[in-house]
Design a protein around this ligand. Structure first.
Ligand code: SAM
Length: 278
C-alpha cells in the first residue's frame, strides 16, 4: 500500500517526446495522486501507463467552466490533485495558471515537480546566448498581429524563444527577418525524439530552407539578440586614430582602431594618412 500524498496541487512536468525523460519523482506523484487533471486523456493515458499509474483523470483547461476549476480547488483541500500537460511543463503555453492562481488564493498547498520544457531544451541546443532570453510562446497566426508582436521586442537585447508549427514556420521566419532584421537563428525540431533536428542560419536562409517543404513535428525557433552596438561614427574613429597615432606608426594605428571598432582597416589606414598629413 503506497503512502498517501498530502492534499494539495502537484504541478507535474512530463516528457516532451521521450517517455524516459519523466522524472522518478514525477512518476511517484502520478502513482499516488487521487486524481490527475489533464488536457487530453488519450495523450495522458499513455504516460500514466508508462509510469504504472492507474489513476482517474479529469479534463482541465484554463478556459474550462469556472465551476470545473472551483471543484478541483475544493478537492485539493482533502485530496492530492496532479496537473499534467500533453507535453512538458504545465502552464508553459499550456493550461494551469488560473488553477494555480485560484489554489493559492484558497490557501491550498502547491508543489511543483520540475522537468522537461521545450523552450529550455531548445535554448540549450541553440548555441545562442542564454544569459538573457525572452519566451515569446506562439506568435499570432495573422501576419499583421505577428509583425506587431515582433515590433514590440525588436530592440530588446535578449535571445528570443518562439514555439511554432511546421505549416507556419517559413512565414514566421520571414516576418521575423522583416521585423527584427536578418539575425542568426536556430530551428529545433522534435527534441528528444527519433527525428530530432537542429538547423542554424540567418532568418532569411532558414525561411528559404523551409519555404518549399514545411517540416513535420514540433518546433522551437531561437533568435539571436540584435547585433552589437552600432558601428563607431567617423568622429569616434578620428578621435581613436588621433590618439593611436600619438603612439604608433600609421599601419599599426589603423589596425588597432579596426580591431576596436570593427571598421574597415584599409579605410582607416587612408584616413590615418590624411590626419597625419594634415
Ligand atoms: N508545455 C510545453 C513545454 O513545456 O515545452 C509546451 C506546450 S505547447 C502547447 C507545444 C509546443 O511546444 C509545440 O508546438 C512546440 O512548439 C513545442 N514543443 C513541444 N515538444 C517539443 C519537442 N519535442 N521539440 C520541439 N518543440 C517542442
Amino acid at each position: 500500500m503506497m503512502e498517501a500524498l498530502s492534499p494539495g496541487l502537484y504541478i507535474v512536468a512530463g516528457p516532451i517526446g521521450n517517455l524516459s525523460d519523466l522524472t522518478p519523482r514525477a512518476a511517484d506523484i502520478l502513482c499516488r495522486a487521487d486524481v490527475v487533471a489533464v488536457e487530453d486523456s488519450r495523450v495522458s493515458a499513455k504516460l500514466l501507463r508508462h509510469a504504472g499509474a492507474e489513476r482517474p483523470m479529469v479534463p482541465y483547461h484554463d478556459h474550462s467552466d469556472a465551476h470545473v476549476r472551483q471543484r478541483l480547488v475544493e478537492r485539493m483541500a482533502s485530496e492530492a490533485v496532479a496537473l499534467l500537460s500533453d507535453a512538458g511543463t504545465p502552464l508553459i503555453s499550456d493550461p494551469g495558471y488560473k488553477l494555480v492562481r485560484d489554489a493559492r488564493a484558497a490557501g491550498r498547498a502547491i508543489t511543483t515537480l520540475p522537468g522537461p520544457c521545450a523552450a529550455i531544451a531548445a535554448l540549450t541546443l541553440s548555441g545562442l546566448p542564454t544569459d538573457r532570453f525572452l519566451f515569446m510562446g506562439f506568435l499570432p497566426a495573422k501576419s499583421k498581429a505577428r509583425a506587431d508582436a515582433l515590433g514590440e521586442v525588436a530592440e530588446l537585447r535578449a535571445t528570443l524563444v518562439f514555439y511554432e508549427s511546421g505549416p507556419r514556420l517559413a512565414a514566421s521566419l520571414t516576418d521575423m527577418a522583416l521585423s527584427l532584421g536578418d539575425r542568426e537563428a536556430v530551428v529545433t525540431r522534435e527534441i528528444s525524439k527519433t527525428y530530432e533536428e537542429v538547423k542554424a542560419g540567418l532568418l532569411t536562409e532558414l525561411a528559404g530552407a523551409y519555404g518549399d517543404a514545411p517540416p513535420k513535428g514540433e518546433i522551437v525557433v531561437i533568435v539571436a539578440p540584435p547585433g552589437e552596438a552600432p558601428a563607431a561614427s567617423q568622429q569616434d574613429a578620428d578621435a581613436l586614430l588621433a590618439d593611436a597615432l600619438e603612439r604608433l606608426p600609421v599601419g599599426k594605428a589603423a589596425s588597432e582602431v579596426a580591431k576596436a571598432t570593427g571598421l574597415d582597416r584599409r579605410s582607416l589606414y587612408a584616413r590615418a594618412l590624411e590626419i597625419k598629413g594634415g
